[in-house]
Write a protein that binds this ligand. Sequence first.
Ligand code: NAD
Length: 253
Amino acid sequence: MPQDITKVALVTGAARGIGLATARRFLAEGWQVALLDIDVVTLAAAIAEIGKPEATLALPCDVSDPAALEAAFAALTARFGRLNALVNNAGTAVFKPLLETTFDEWNRVLAVNLTGPFLTTQLAAPLMADGGGGAIVNITSISGLRASTLRVAYGTSKAALAHLTKQQAAELASLGIRVNAVAPGPVDTAMAKAVHSPEIRADYRDAIPLARYGLEEELAASIFFLCSAQASYITGQTLAVDGGFDAVGIGLA
Ligand code: NAD
């Protein structure tokens, strides 16, 4: 596309945490950003705090709801008319043993973390292709790279999302769309505060060579890189942004 047209990114789960940091990074780079989230109140507060109404669009939506997503994409198309990057960041976590995870918990985690990115991609790809291509980044997790206790639904959803990333890369390359994943290590967001017990925090401290949690901005930088022209020959990959956790091979309890 011509360089003088402002690029547009859609970030899901953008009301807080890694998603909000990613939306802020795109805005700092001069992009326009649609921020999609199920949490209407937090989303409105985030957009007000950003304070760039000319460059932002709020899309209150549940990524696992096909009809709501269609309406969100209609609003995005009406406002911006194009899409250059999609970040499938919205996620939910249940940390429970396999034998205690309920049918509803399993289904909800899979619906948000795996079906959501499947649905958004079906809507985003034609719009991106109309503009000559684009980039998609799926946010997986180190919990999808390694099996560990308490993460049966969450880890399985993220491992499947890593494979969906390869499927998307294979099928969308001909449309000029690259698809990659970022697998964060622990980042001290609201999600981590909710599911990381003191024992889990101690395990991570011992298992991460850089010996600390990641920062939201460090994840945003990697996500932006994979959406940028700097990554023009990278597709179908998962980049672990994890302080060396996956490279070292120490498992969590
Ligand atoms: P967070 O809980 O702070 O933020 C997630 C956002 O997604 C929230 O604003 C929430 O409202 C939104 N969301 C949840 N379900 C949604 C749905 N159905 N539809 C639309 N929006 C929805 O989480 P975070 O820590 O910033 O995590 C962002 C992503 O990074 C997630 O996919 C998560 O699995 C992944 N991740 C996080 C960590 C970590 O330690 N924080 C580690 C590895 C991977």
